[in-house]
Structure formats: C-alpha cells, structure tokens
Design a protein around this ligand. Structure first.
Ligand code: NAP
Length: 463
C-alpha cells in the first residue's frame, strides 16, 4: 500500500549533522511530514557540539541551519532517550513507518600493538570529547604534566588535538572549551608534541587550512625534517595523479616550515613521516613509543602503502594519543558490518547482512554509520539526501508498512519507563543558561558537562 510522503511519521536517531540534514531533506520533499529526532543526550548536534574544536566557532555556526530545521511544523526533538537502552530498535519500528539511523561512529580504531592499554595511552577522540565537555568523557583524566606526547595519525582529528594541546590557554579561555579542560591545560607542561605519520607528506590525510594553523600558534615552533620531504617515486606519481591540490598545498606548507626551522619557542610540534608505532614501552605507564621506519611502495590499486623496514627508533614520550580514525558501534537489533564498523546498506537502505541485497523494511542509515568515518560536516548533506530519496520512493511504491502505534503511545511508553525526555524548548533553556554562564566569563558559552546538571536546568525552566 502506497503512503503519501507527507503523511509519513519518521524517526531519526542521532541529532548530529547527518540526522539534521536527513530531517531537512524530508521536510523539503514532503512538507507536513512528522519527524521525531531522537538523541541520547539532553542536548542536540552530535559532533558539532562534542567534536568540532572550540577554537573553530565558524564551523559550529552550522547549528543555525539545524535550528531552522527544528522550528519546522511536524518536527519534535526527543532528547535524553537512548535507543537500545530506553527503547529498542524493534519498538521504534512499531511506532513509525520509517526509522533512519544517523548514529555516527561512537568509538575509535585501535593500533593493536603491545602496551596500547598502558596508562598514558588514549584515543584522541576521547581527548576531543573531554575538552568539548561531552558528559560521558568529562571525568576522563589525561596526565598533561608530561613533557612529551605523541599523536599517531595525520588526519584532521590530529590537527585539532595537537592545536588545542599547543595553544595558549588564554586564547582557549575565549572559546567554549570545557572548564575542566581549561584548568588542566593551564597546568599542562607539554613542551613536545610529536605527530607520527605512517606514510609520507603527500599522503597526509589532513586538509590544508587545518595544517597551516599549526604554524600560526603563538609560542610554538613547528619542526619538519627536510629529508622527510624528499619524495620517493611512488609519492611523485601519487602527487601527479591527485584529484585536487591538497597534497601539493600541504607539501608547500611543510617545506616552508622545514626551511624556517626553530626559533627556541617554549613548545614544539615535531612531524615524523614514514614511521609506524610497534610498541608502547613502560612498566606501569607509557614511557616511550617504539617506531619502525617504513618505505613507501605502490599498493597495486593506484595507491601508496607503507611497508616496514628493519630500521627502528624509540621516542621518549609520557602520553600517546592514537588518532587513526573513528569506528561505528553495533546497535542491538540492527545488522552490523564488523569489518567496516558500519550498518550494511545500499544507498542508505539497510540490508540484512554485508553483501546482501535484501532490504530491511523501513530501516535506513545516513552519515558515518552508513559510509564510514570520513568527510566533513557538509558531506552529510548529500549522503542524507540519497537516503531520504529512498525513504520517499519506498513510501510511494508501497514498500513501507503503516506504523502499528502512534505518537501518543510512544510518549506513554517512554513516560512509563521514567524517561525524562527533553524537548527543543528544554534544549533552548539549557542553551540559554550556558550562554548566560559564559557571558560572565567573557566566553561564548560555558557548557554543562553532566546530564544531571542539564536536567536540573530543564526542571527549573519547566517550573
Ligand atoms: P582520517 O582523516 O581518516 O585520518 C586517519 C589517520 O590515521 C591517517 O593519517 C591514517 O593514515 C592514519 N592511520 C590509520 N590507521 C593507522 C595505523 N594503524 N597506524 C598508523 N596510522 C594510521 O581520520 P580522522 O582524523 O579521525 O578524521 C575523521 C574525519 O573527520 C575526516 O574526514 C576528517 O577530515 C574529519 N574532520 C574534519 C575536521 C575539520 O574539518 N576541521 C576536524 C576533525 C575531523 P593513512 O592515510 O596511511 O591510512
């Protein structure tokens, strides 16, 4: 039976960019459509709130677009509801014609080397969530009294993490960086930050503006060994075949730093290319990282691979952050591709297993849980639009089943379970209170970093 798109009820799970862009695409194609956006925190915006660096406020201003989407008729925000804990995936399917998961990639990839679990070894994504005040990471501790730290990987998460660790705390005090992180960074003694790239400068995953910023930090020298910039044959070919100028521009910046050398600044960011960690060394905590030198070879698929040589070196560091990519987590009741850390899908239609062509009726994905943890915020727009096209096509072609229960029954179910659901109005109260607190300290906002504190603000505003 065909269901007119405008009379659909759709649940979107996850209120990051992919979730909001999916809502926008549904609203544009099917005015009047009813959308419930679920979020496990009382606050919206996913990685825009908990991942984008505090000193990148322009990137965060995308929330204004999301606010407009949230203000459309038919849209409801259901915060503080964790799907898989407070309500099952099967129950959601019973209450909506379509459920679209935009749950991102909540975990991170590991290195799989000895010593990785020693104290002092962390995921960079945990550091990012900690300094952004994510409630689940607010109590993490990083020993920033160490003199030297290494960050493994050379993507944009590394650029963000290194920049925040190297930046003057007085500058960070003008951002919305969490108060606990600001205090810890004021006491930090980090003087050496080593960036470890397993391949060469041409293969660096970071983008040029993010790389360039490292060279603009006050009180920081950026050190690049000119020998690391001598390109091997594989990299010369890689550069010539590049689709855009990122690698060439990155190389230009690195060459400039290599020529400039150090100025005796109190903090140093030191790049190492063509090295892979093989062990974190230490008795009771990280004391050093052992690296093997790589050589670059063609991978036979048009790319360049790092192969280990016999040469190794040990770098004394007290902290190691692995920054080798996010990873999606399995949600009970949803198919999962354990190899990729994604939900198997064809263009956003969830399928029963990796490689299967059999769709799971009424279940969709968008964003990192659909395509893996790559791309910037804007990438999610086209990604969500592709999924939404399939939702609408399935609705018209009779591939969706009418929901067994309505919105009232869902609200009742959550109420019976004692879930204190936060609405968009509740989020506005939290938002206002944070901005208010920040004003007093000359900051854009001062975030609440515990769910309890947030719910306290909500209760006060409701009464
Ligand atoms: P990423 O861009 O995929 O970078 C991962 C890095 O880890 C790469 O340098 C990769 O090297 C390296 N790596 C992977 N496995 C490794 C291993 N076993 N040993 C050593 N190195 C390893 O991931 P990300 O930095 O987590 O960023 C995720 C996405 O978010 C990206 O699309 C990024 O652009 C985006 N992001 C954007 C911003 C921004 O726009 N400001 C900020 C943060 C994140 P290989 O290349 O050799 O695999």
């Amino acid at each position: 039976m065909s269901i007119p798109p405008s009379s659909l009820r759709v649940a979107i799970v996850g209120s990051g960019p992919a979730g909001f862009y999916a809502a926008e695409a549904l609203q544009k194609s099917a005015p009047g459509i009813r959308i419930d956006l679920f979020e496990r925190l009382p606050t919206p915006f996913g990685l825009v709130r908990g991942g984008v660096a505090p000193d990148h406020p322009k990137i965060k201003s995308v929330t204004r677009v999301f606010e407009r989407i949230a203000s459309q008729p038919g849209f409801r925000f259901l915060g503080n509801v964790q799907v898989g804990r407070d309500i099952t995936t099967a129950e959601l399917r019973d209450h909506y014609e379509a459920v679209l998961y935009a749950i991102g990639a909540e975990s991170d990839r590991h290195l799989g080397i000895p010593g990785e679990h020693l104290p002092g070894s962390h995921a960079a994504t945990e550091l990012v969530a900690w300094y952004n005040g994510h409630p689940e990471y607010a109590n993490h501790r990083f020993d920033l009294t160490q003199r030297a730290a290494a960050v493994v990987g050379i993507g944009n998460v590394t650029m963000d993490a290194v920049r925040i660790l190297a930046r003057a705390p007085d500058h960070l005090a003008t951002t919305d960086l969490a108060v606990h992180a600001l205090e810890a960074l004021r006491d930090a003694r980090l003087a050496e930050l080593h960036i470890l790239a397993r391949r060469g400068p041409v293969q660096a995953a970071c983008t040029t503006p993010e790389l360039r910023e490292l060279g603009e930090l006050e009180g920081v020298d950026v050190m690049v060994n000119p020998r690391d910039l001598e390109l091997d044959a594989a990299s010369v070919e890689h550069l010539a075949a590049a689709e855009d100028r990122t690698a060439e521009n990155n190389l230009g910046i690195l060459r400039h730093w290599a020529e400039r050398g150090g100025t005796g600044a109190p903090r140093r960011i030191i790049f190492h290319f063509g090295v892979s960690p093989v062990e974190l060394v230490g008795d009771s905590r990280v004391e050093a990282i052992r690296l093997v030198k790589n050589r670059l070879v063609h991978d036979g698929r048009g790319g360049v691979r790092a192969d280990p040589t016999d040469e190794s070196m040990t770098l004394p560091v007290g902290l190691v952050f692995r920054s080798v990519g996010y990873r999606g987590l399995e949600l009970p009741g949803l198919p999962f591709d354990a190899r990729l850390g994604t939900v198997p899908n064809v263009g956003g239609r969830v399928v029963q297993a990796p490689g299967s062509a059999t769709a799971v009726r009424g279940v969709y994905v968008a964003g990192w849980i659909k395509r893996g943890p790559h791309g910037i915020i804007g990438t999610n727009k086209a990604c969500a639009a592709e999924t939404v096209d399939h939702v609408l096509a399935d609705s018209v072609s009779g591939r969706l089943a009418p929901a067994a229960h309505g919105a009232d029954e869902l609200d009742q179910l959550l109420a019976e379970r004692g879930i204190d659901v936060t609405s968009w109005t509740d989020w506005r109260a939290i938002d206002q209170a944070e901005v208010e607190r920040g004003k007093a300290a000359g900051r854009p906002r001062e975030k609440f970093v515990s769910v309890e504190e947030m719910l306290e603000v909500v209760r006060r505003s409701r009464s």
